[in-house]
Design a binder for this molecule. Structure first.
Ligand SMILES: Nc1nc(=O)c2c([nH]1)NC[C@@H]1CN(c3ccc(C(=O)N[C@@H](CCC(=O)O)C(=O)O)cc3)CN21
Ligand SMILES: CC(C)C(=O)C(=O)O
Ligand SMILES: [Mg+2]
Length: 948
């Protein structure tokens, strides 16, 4: 079947084709133990009984699944930027409901349109051309091309005759980068490469844009450009008559628009593939940041290297095993060995390593290999051309650092990754300080048994040390992470503005406190889960928390946990803010030696840890000891303990209106030198809050959101400086293996959200409300959101929908629950939308803008724009005072979001177009598991040092 985009079913369901998520099995939601959030009859009619929730046994769940009270809802937006609808006028959301009629006309698919569901679908169209990829097979004659190759094609640079993974993209994408739009306003007028007319480029009059068709007092009528054909739709249903349609709407957002001086040019064609192609062609830096693809560089992941990396190549675990003190504790090893820039061991800085480290601690490099991102420990770091942190093998090293596969090596797993090759190589540089491929002394594949090269020794390493502290690629003209100095970002740009934030952040984290008093943490058993027996009082379970806060003032009430006792031991990370997250990950976080660990984005609190207490406190606190590698000193103790310690150390107003450098802000050399004092007021908030995001927008600082579904990823991303973590309902297909987001339930998401909220020290944690858990009514939305707030400890919720969900947004925001909106392609509405389609093209743009404005007016603190034409996303970003977060919405949104498994290359399958992969975790794990199995088989593991 070819997806006709009008089908109510997913292609995966219709024709057995694979899910676009890359998950193999179809929806497995039939598990008897799984409960629906909304319409499971087993629960609906029970009345106010205790609901044996798997996430919190015996908690009353009547508010989740019971009959939803359908009370008349009176919208009362808490901080409306506009007047309510005139009396007698149909509420805007009533009209919106019709506008979002799932049966509204759909544009037929263009012939030859590639299926979003990948090559497995019954789709005869070829894959979309992709940029030349560094992972495309190269001419080493040794790489294996797995079954997942995307087939024939040549990127024009591959010289090995093996098919690249993707057909070529237009060659002009490899041109040097063009200026950013703000640097070159003319770009918006650049013609596309094809015959498709681009509005504004010809002398012919361009069609009016939807939002231009609005006269004062005369609402724009979508009917003019979007004929209604759907059943049950009236003309009025498509008339979005509501106050924000007034032309003065933009003025309301004017104070929030400092960075977009250029007026929106509606002449730019919307959302056509042509215009997108043109934009890409005009901005090759999008796919290749420095315009110099390292097309011929070899990767450490090619065939011989993979072979070499394994025990059978002679580099056995025992060969490589150091002979130093096997008694080192894990935490010590972390501190000493972590090379936070890239996850590699600073071998030269740590000749004595812990032989007991498992791969969970990648520093145990004995049997670990380049493909695992871990250097062999029997090699001399000074002359190993494979080193990824010596700047000697830029493109390859970049891949190596990120675990990205070689261009000439096809992923062994057969996945069809849509790598954007040169971009990936180059984009690694801001994080790892690598220079460029011109600095590479060796492009040929390196074998483990070949002589070490001496031309990238200490000099190159020293160079890299310096470079690693400047994450900015000189040629990177794009605004964003790469432009930010270590220690910049939030700290430098926002400190004065956020003096109040510091004060606030020294206050108890009430949301966290609630989270702390979960039944699990309070030691209450399932029979005493904190819920009152009176369902009407079910939200009063915070009494212990309130008591704690009240009795402790600005300090949380001490309890008997060792975690609390550890409060003086360390402090939180104080690395740069979101704009500097990559910077901090690449340099400021290079705290590997000096006895202190330093993970990406965190300075090492060496002194504090060395002073003792942290590790012990960690143990006393019962905090997990076998934390992941690269754990910074602050992580050695518990998050909360560190936070309290820092709070204790920094309580009180900051002196002379500036934020003091935190004790953990020192930059520590990975090469053993003394800690370098922090150069700036690098500081990020104790907790990112919605007002920080607003401030980012007002300052024009872009930021990144990632999904997270578990403790370690949350911890890592948090430490990397990601200010907002989303526990997406995409866990459905990225955790639970469903083929869409529809099956996942509140009960399935809450444990994940709780893990993330527990682990995220600084990030604002947002949880998706899953399908069916909020659409019924504002009250249902409220009850579901409360569950996430109480049981998971998240700080905000996200829900999908435009004006139809405005009442829900209002209810939540009025209840003190921050709401992130989500419009454009809303996966929960996949079946009504008719597939994975770009939304807001052409005439749909006006409706999408209306949605965004209405959601902002309803109190949403931000809005996700998914698969929205770049122009429309840019226009929305101008129109609304709240941050826009794009995924497949171009570069003009205030922020970006990606599903982390996509971003890090963990999942297989064809990636959506908007995905850029920054690592090859799948390859890393594949190699790790393969090596582990091989060592078990050949007896290399476990060794004496692993034996008691
Ligand atoms: N791993 C993962 N990544 C995601 O981005 C994601 C999820 N899961 N699950 C929830 C939603 C669903 N999303 C998706 C999933 C697939 C496409 C997709 O296949 N897009 C194609 C076709 C687009 C079109 O036809 O216009 C693409 O090439 O982008 C898009 C968004 C985004 N979200
Ligand atoms: C893709 C993002 C925005 C999301 O909603 C999710 O991960 O569930
Ligand atoms: Mg979602």
């Amino acid at each position: 079947m070819v997806d006709n985009y009008l089908s109510a079913g997913t292609p995966g369901e219709d024709d057995g084709s694979p899910s676009p998520y890359g998950t193999g099995p179809k929806n497995q939601a039939a598990d008897d133990n799984r409960r629906s959030d909304y319409d499971n009859d087993r629960w609906r009619d029970r009345g106010p009984v205790l609901d044996p929730s798997p996430s919190l046994p015996n908690a009353p769940r009547t508010y989740e699944r019971g009959p939803v009270p359908q009370q008349p809802y009176v919208p009362k937006p808490p901080y409306l930027p506009t007047a309510p609808p005139p009396p007698g006028q149909q509420p805007y959301y009533e009209a919106a409901r019709e506008e979002q009629n799932p049966f509204r006309p759909q544009q037929p698919p263009a012939q030859g349109r590639p299926s979003p569901f990948g090559p497995g679908a019954s789709n005869t169209t070829p894959q979309r051309p992709a940029a030349p990829s560094p992972f495309a097979p190269q001419n080493n004659g040794q790489s294996s091309n797995g079954p997942g190759s995307n087939g024939p094609g040549s990127n024009g640079t591959s010289s090995n005759g093996l098919p690249p993974q993707q057909p070529p993209r237009p060659p002009q994408r490899l041109q040097p980068p063009a200026p950013r739009p703000q640097d070159n306003p003319e770009r918006r007028h650049e013609p596309g490469p094809g015959p498709e007319p681009i509005w504004g480029q010809s002398s012919a009059p361009r069609p009016p844009q939807p939002w231009e068709n609005r006269n004062p007092g005369q609402p724009y009528d979508n009917r003019a450009q979007e004929p209604v054909q759907g059943a049950g739709q009236t003309e009025d249903a498509f008339s979005t008559r509501w106050p924000l349609d007034r032309p003065d709407t933009p003025d309301q957002t004017q104070p929030n628009e400092p960075r977009r001086p250029e007026p929106h040019d509606p002449a730019r064609a919307y959302g056509t593939g042509r215009s997108q192609e043109a934009a890409r062609a005009a901005h090759p830096q999008d796919t290749h940041q420095n315009g110099a693809p390292a097309q011929n560089t070899r990767s450490p992941y090619d065939g011989p290297q993979q072979t070499d990396a394994h025990p059978q190549n002679g580099l056995t675990a025992r060969d490589a095993r150091p002979t130093d003190d096997p008694r080192r504790t894990y935490d010590e090893a972390q501190q000493a060995d972590a090379h936070p820039q890239n996850g590699l061991v600073a071998r030269d800085a740590q000749p004595a390593d812990d032989p007991r480290r498992t791969y969970d601690r990648p520093q145990q490099a004995d049997a670990t290999h380049r493909q695992n991102g871990v250097p062999p420990r029997d090699t001399d770091p000074a002359d190993d051309p494979r080193r990824t942190y010596d700047g000697s093998r830029p493109a390859d090293a970049a891949h190596e650092q990120n675990g990205l596969p070689a261009r000439d090596a096809h992923p062994a797993d057969g996945s069809r990754r849509m790598y954007d090759g040169p971009q990936q190589a180059d984009s690694s540089r801001p994080q790892n300080g690598l220079t460029g491929r011109e600095a590479s002394p060796a492009d040929e594949p390196r074998r483990a048994d070949e002589p070490r090269r001496a031309d990238d020794g200490s000099g190159a390493r020293a160079q890299n040390v310096q470079q690693s502290r400047d994450p900015r690629p000189a040629e990177n003209t794009r605004r964003g992470y790469g432009d930010v100095q270590p220690g910049a970002g939030y700290g430098q740009n926002g400190l004065q503005k956020h003096d109040e934030d510091l004060a606030e952040d020294t206050q108890p984290q009430e949301i966290r406190l609630r989270g702390e008093v979960t039944p699990r943490e309070s030691g209450r058993g399932s029979g005493d889960n904190g819920y009152l027996t009176d369902p009407s009082a079910e939200y009063e379970i915070n009494a212990p928390v309130s008591d704690a806060v009240a009795s402790s003032g600005t300090q949380p009430q001490a309890n008997t946990s060792g975690e609390q006792q550890a409060t003086a031991s360390t402090g939180p990370s104080t690395s740069a803010g979101p704009a500097g997250s990559a910077a901090s990950a690449g340099s400021a976080g290079s705290a590997a030696s000096g006895g202190s660990g330093g993970s990406a984005g965190s300075g090492g609190s060496a002194g504090l840890v060395a002073a003792g207490g942290a590790v012990g406190a960690r143990r006393r606190a019962g905090v997990q000891q076998d934390a992941p590698s690269q754990v910074s000193a602050e992580q050695v103790t518990s998050h909360r303990a560190g936070r309290r310690a820092y709070q204790a150390a920094t309580d009180g107003p900051p002196a002379d209106n500036s934020v003091p450098a935190a004790p953990t802000d020192a930059e520590v050399s990975p090469y053993g030198g003394p800690a370098k004092p922090a150069t700036g007021n690098s500081k990020r908030p104790r907790r990112y809050r919605v007002h920080h995001l607003r401030d980012f927008k007002s300052r024009g600082e872009k930021w990144a959101m990632l999904t997270a579904y578990d403790q370690y990823t949350a911890e890592i991303f948090d430490q990397a400086g990601i200010p907002v973590l989303l526990v997406g309902d995409s866990a459905a297909n990225n955790v639970y293996g469903y083929s869409s987001t529809l099956p996942v339930t509140v009960d399935e998401l809450i444990p994940l959200a709780r893990a993330v909220a527990n682990a995220a020290e600084h990030a604002l944690v947002v949880a998706d409300l899953p399908f069916g858990s909020y659409q019924a009514s504002p009250e249902q939305a409220f009850h579901t959101a409360v569950r996430f707030m109480k049981e998971a400890g998240v700080h905000a919720v996200k829900l999908e929908g435009g004006r139809t969900v405005v009442p829900m947004v209002e209810k939540l925001t009025q209840s003190g629950i921050p709401v992130m909106a989500h419009i454009g392609f809303t996966p929960q509405s996949e079946h009504s939308i008719g597939g994975y389609r770009v939304q807001g093209r052409g005439d749909q743009a006006a409706g999408l803008i209306d949605d965004a404005v209405a959601l902002a007016a309803a109190g949403a603190f931000s809005v996700v724009l998914e698969m929205v034409p770049g122009d429309v996303a840019g226009e929305i970003t101008k129109r609304v005072p709240i941050p826009t977060i794009g995924i497949g919405a171009g570069r003009d949104t205030d922020a970006q979001v990606l599903v982390w498994q996509d971003m890090a290359g963990l999942r297989a399958g064809t990636m959506p177009r908007f995905v850029k992969q920054y690592a090859d975790l799948r390859g890393i794990l594949t190699n790790a598991a393969t090596t582990y199995a091989a060592e078990v088989a050949n007896g290399a593991f476990p060794g004496d040092e692993h034996t008691f």
